[in-house]
Design a protein around this ligand. Structure first.
Ligand SMILES: Nc1ncnc2c1ncn2[C@@H]1O[C@H](COP(=O)(O)OP(=O)(O)OP(=O)(O)O)[C@@H](O)[C@H]1O
Ligand SMILES: Cc1ncc(C[n+]2csc(CCOP(=O)(O)O)c2C)c(N)n1
Ligand SMILES: [Mg+2]
Ligand SMILES: [Mg+2]
Ligand SMILES: [Mg+2]
Length: 287
């Protein structure tokens, strides 16, 4: 059992549309309010060696990334902190505050509790004009599949590559890039927190499409064997880059440094280099 399968079980209760995107979407009449919440805790999310400041930064970044993935501008973030030791709160708060400021958001409140394992829930809201929101459901056959940055770095950092430790522990929410994708006509978007392969599965289901990827186009981490780099690229979690689909006539998108890795297909299969893409990536598992 993993978190994706569990989510499928509650979709019928709260609704397909409500659980389809990185954020929930509330119509304010003149624009949309988007909201996201994420829970992180020490054993599964904060690798040993992180400072409290970095823990606070990461907790804010993962949620702000969800706001970015709707092409929204983040506004306020609340952080509920279950502390194993009280002295950790100041560093955590300084890190979260710095991350919020870096994207023009405000750390605006939260909660403090005692907990055996350090646990942080961050909740953020953002705003986006009706015509500028990008959902997971808009991909059209023929669109280009685009990704920002060098996915795979966070997993490489987790596995001990010192070059990518900072990518793992202090991810940058791609707010500016999300807005640029929207301005440039992107049709669907999400962040790749659980890895590109699982994200493509989600995007394909939401849009009713498939994908054909060309591995020769993948932007890969340098100086490691190519097969390893390709696995990190497709299946590594913890990178908060954006995955977007862009009509051919809209490419390149001004203001985003992006790599084209494939094309959207009418056929719902997800193919990479001619073979079906395995359903592998980061998941929360029970047994
Ligand atoms: N317990 C829950 N109850 C209701 N909706 C949920 C629950 N958990 C997740 N969702 C919804 O399901 C969708 C996917 O959630 P998920 O946490 O996988 O997305 P995410 O936040 O983009 O990913 P990540 O957690 O890796 O940042 C979101 O719309 C989310 O609001
Ligand atoms: C031990 C360890 N493994 C992996 C990562 C990278 N990481 C951070 S958040 C996330 C996915 C989304 O999580 P969630 O679904 O809980 O929001 C991943 C893969 C990490 N920081 N620590
Ligand atoms: Mg997300
Ligand atoms: Mg999230
Ligand atoms: Mg999740």
């Amino acid at each position: 059992m993993d978190d994706r399968l569990l989510l499928d079980r509650i979709r019928g209760i709260i609704g397909e549309k409500e659980t389809e995107d990185d954020c929930s979407v509330f119509d304010l009449g003149n624009r949309f309010l988007v909201m996201s919440t994420d829970m992180l805790h020490e054993t599964t999310d904060f690798p040993e060696g992180m400072t409290d400041y970095e823990i606070g930064w990461m907790a804010a970044a993962v949620t702000l990334s969800d706001i970015a993935s709707m092409a929204a501008s983040p506004a306020d973030l609340l952080m509920a902190v279950g502390l194993d030791r009280p002295d950790r709160l100041i560093g955590i708060t300084e890190g979260a505050d710095a991350c919020c400021r870096s994207v023009g958001a405000r750390l605006a409140g939260g909660d403090i509790d005692r907990h055996a394992e350090l646990t942080i829930v961050s909740t953020a809201i953002g705003f986006v004009n009706h015509e500028k929101i990008i959902r997971r459901s808009g991909a059209k056959p023929g669109d280009l599949v685009c990704v920002t940055g060098l996915p795979g770095r966070a997993q490489a950092g987790l596995e001990g590559d010192p070059r990518f430790w900072n990518n793992l522990i202090t991810p940058i929410p791609r707010v500016r890039e999300g807005i640029a994708f929207s301005e440039g006509g992107a049709t669907a978007m999400m962040d790749i927190s659980d890895g590109i392969a699982l994200s493509l599965i989600d995007l394909g289901l939401a849009s009713g499409v498939g994908f054909s990827l060309d591995p020769s186009l993948f932007p890969l981490i340098p100086d490691i064997p190519a097969t390893r780099a390709e696995d990190l690229f497709l299946f590594g979690g913890g990178d908060f880059e954006l995955l977007a689909t862009v009509p051919v006539e809209c490419f390149p998108v001004a203001g985003v440094d992006t790599s084209v890795i494939g094309v959207v297909t009418q056929n719902r299969d997800i193919i990479s280099g001619g073979a079906p893409l395995p359903r592998c990536g980061y998941a929360h598992r029970w047994n």
